[in-house]
Design a protein around this ligand. Structure first.
Ligand code: MIC
Ligand code: SF4
Length: 641
């Protein structure tokens, strides 16, 4: 039996374990990327490992998340990142050069390579045929040091594309359509692989929109074959030599096949507050809109913005809303300013933002109270925009541009306008001056550390019995944005003592204060959660900060992939209910006791949680390596041992 594309690449990179779905395997990582919001901790942890230079083929440090610069913290972090990159052999993409995923796709990602990034949307690189995976900063630091990356060998879902997208329908609608089928849960340890004759109609940036937002399904990653379309894109980026063809073998095995006829896909939208709440735009046509935000790593490509420019040409944005447009990269920015696109956008009354994450991460441009904001990015979690009551709808750039002019959702099929035909660029404007290569000799490089940069905290080794209090009970689909808010709090990413004050800020504002009290009394803190705990971002701070506050175990119905690894990496026990109904028996404020932990862990026995008369059995099925990490109190301690 032949291999699918995923297993072809994994097999080439395998360093430990058997490539059998469900088994833990270690793979060699060729490239890494970090961004500034997760990067400072990743490099601090890399420094703590005592390695003198990165061991990957290529590592790039991007500055794209925290660029707002209110106060000295962001600027200090950027200086730290630039100096630490020079010291350890990492390329440094300066603020303003663009969003990591967009720039990496343009300049570095290669078919057949493995890429590990400290950002959950790293799968964007799957659009060019790379196995591109998001992970916590500590895992990326290990990979930079030449260590293997460990993952559960995935099951592969095949998505077979036929037909061709109609006018007004784009790649964004394809992934929203797929989210309608797969939803945002139940896809952990799966990879989505695309195939079929419809592929040839999708450009690399369009494919990257699909693999980018594939992260919202919870899958490990998504990947497209490498074909003539890939070759054309790489050639247009002056990177023809980076091309290699990549197709699945005849008869390759998949766990399931989903067929999508592109000709039948319609314009879609994800309603608040989950990317999986999808409906057709037709169903919400006529709904008034307060804000439109176009850009992000999902839809900030040249083609996306050229189409937007064409739709806005000669028009004025509706009086009732504000419109912002943010290019995905400096390459895109510079190219839209070389033709009429930028002028068309500016003249319509839209406001231009720098090529960064900005609105997508709640760093400015928050909507008004109860405001309906139509956005082209990938996440619409409650509060992420910076406005607790904000209602975020996720759509394609086309639909966003129509809303900008009309002040309401417009179903494109009833719109009378002609659809602007935009072809793929034959040559991109290539200028890498804002990417600083590391010096060959780093001897003279001094690492800059501002006062906001603290040392990464480590946990104590796991003890055999824990007793303490359930300090918070949350429901299903709790995202890392709920656990560790970003937006204005982002600037504390390198200062764990300060950042941990905001754990569960929007869920229970007293959590951090109460946790600290328990921690200081040497009691354990427990978190109780429903299904898919830890959806969304890769931010390891959602494990690191709770650990710092004394959280010793999270009891949940199920966990998301990156987050469970982060919990283990920081020595927090991830316990899952054997009987999901037992979740109802436990409440916030209950005192609990867990005994005999080490023996149960080592024998893969269930772990008993006791509270008064209540006795609940929980699972903690970890690989041998993961058990050792948890027992050591986290990956840093384990690596040092
Ligand atoms: C996100 O989109 O949520 C982020 C911000 O890019 C995160 C990374 C972070 O929290 O720094 C992600 O996707 O991993
Ligand atoms: Fe940045 Fe948003 Fe993309 Fe995350 S999803 S990398 S915040 S643009």
């Amino acid at each position: 039996m032949g291999d699918n594309i995923v297993y072809k690449i994994l097999r080439k990179h395998l360093v430990s374990g058997d490539l059998v779905p469900g088994q833990e395997v270690g793979i060699k990582i060729d490239q890494t990327l970090t961004q500034d919001a997760t990067g400072t901790m990743a490099y601090l942890q890399f420094e703590a490992m005592g390695i003198d230079r990165v061991k990957t083929e290529l590592s790039v440090s991007y500055v794209d998340h925290n660029t707002i610069g209110q106060g000295f913290e962001n600027a200090d972090d950027h200086k730290y990142l630039q100096s630490v990159a020079a010291k350890y052999g990492v390329y440094f993409s300066r603020a303003g050069n663009g969003i990591c995923h967009q720039v990496h796709l343009e300049r570095f990602a290669k078919p057949g390579k493995t890429l590990l990034g400290s950002d959950s949307h790293t799968p964007t690189g799957g659009g060019i045929g790379a196995i591109a995976i998001g992970a916590g900063g500590l895992d990326v630091a290990c990979a930079m040091g030449g260590g293997a990356f460990y993952l559960v060998a995935p099951e592969v879902i095949k998505v077979e594309l036929t037909g061709k997208l109609r006018d007004w329908v784009s790649a964004k609608d394809v992934i929203l359509h797929l989210l309608g089928i797969l939803s945002t849960k139940g896809n952990v340890n799966k990879v989505i692989e695309y195939s079929g004759e419809g592929l040839k109609t999708l450009s690399v940036p369009g494919r990257a929109t699909i693999t980018n937002m594939g992260a919202e399904t919870g899958a490990t990653t998504s990947i497209f074959p490498s074909d003539e379309v890939t070759k054309q894109f790489l050639t247009a980026q002056n990177r023809a030599d980076d091309f290699c063809p990549l197709v699945a073998d005849e008869g390759a095995k998949y766990c399931k096949v989903i067929k999508i006829n592109l000709s039948e896909v319609v314009a879609m939208a994800a309603l608040p507050h989950s990317p999986g709440n999808v409906v057709t735009v037709k169903e919400i046509a006529g709904k008034k809109v307060d804000q439109v935000a176009i850009g992000s790593c999902t839809n900030g490509s040249l083609k996306d913005l050229t189409i937007v420019g064409e739709i806005l040409a000669g028009k004025t944005i509706h009086q009732g809303l504000s419109v912002i447009v943010s290019p995905g990269s400096r390459q895109v920015f510079s190219m839209i300013s070389a033709d009429d696109t930028l002028n068309n956008i500016i003249n319509s009354g839209a406001r231009i933002m720098e090529p960064t994450c900005g609105f997508c991460i709640g760093s400015g441009q928050s909507p008004c109270t109860d405001g309906i904001s139509v956005r082209t990015n990938n996440r619409n979690f409650c509060g992420r925009s910076g406005t607790e009551s904000g209602q975020i709808y996720l759509v394609s750039p086309q639909i966003a541009a129509l809303a900008a002019i009309n002040g309401e959702f417009v179903d494109p099929f009833s719109a009378q306008e002609n659809y602007p035909q935009v072809s793929n660029a034959e040559h991109f404007y290539v200028d890498d001056r804002m990417i600083i290569p590391p010096p060959n000799d780093p001897c003279g490089v001094e690492i800059f550390r501002g006062p906001n940069i603290g040392q990464p905290p480590t946990n104590i080794a796991l003890v055999d019995s824990l007793s303490g209090e359930i300090l918070v009970k949350v429901g299903d689909k709790i995202t890392t944005d709920h656990i560790m808010p970003a937006g204005p709090r982002l600037k504390y990413r390198s200062n764990i003592d300060k950042y941990s004050e905001f754990v569960f800020e929007g869920v229970d504002s007293q959590f951090a204060v109460n946790a600290k009290k328990l921690r200081d009394q040497k009691k354990s803190v427990f978190i109780l959660a429903g299904e898919s705990y830890g959806q969304g971002s890769s931010r390891e701070h959602a494990a690191m900060c709770p650990m710092y506050l004394g959280v010793r175990a999270v009891m949940a119905k199920s966990f998301e992939r990156i987050h469970i690894t982060n919990l283990i990496n920081f020595g927090i026990l991830p316990l899952t209910f054997i009987n999901a109904g037992d979740y109802e028996l436990l409440q916030k404020g209950l005192l609990i006791q867990i005994n005999n932990i080490i023996e149960c862990l080592n024998n893969n026995n269930s772990i008993t949680v006791l509270s008064g008369d209540i006795k609940i059995e929980m699972n903690c099925t970890l690989s041998l390596r993961q058990r050792q990490i948890v027992q050591a109190g986290g990956l840093l301690n384990y690596t040092r041992q």
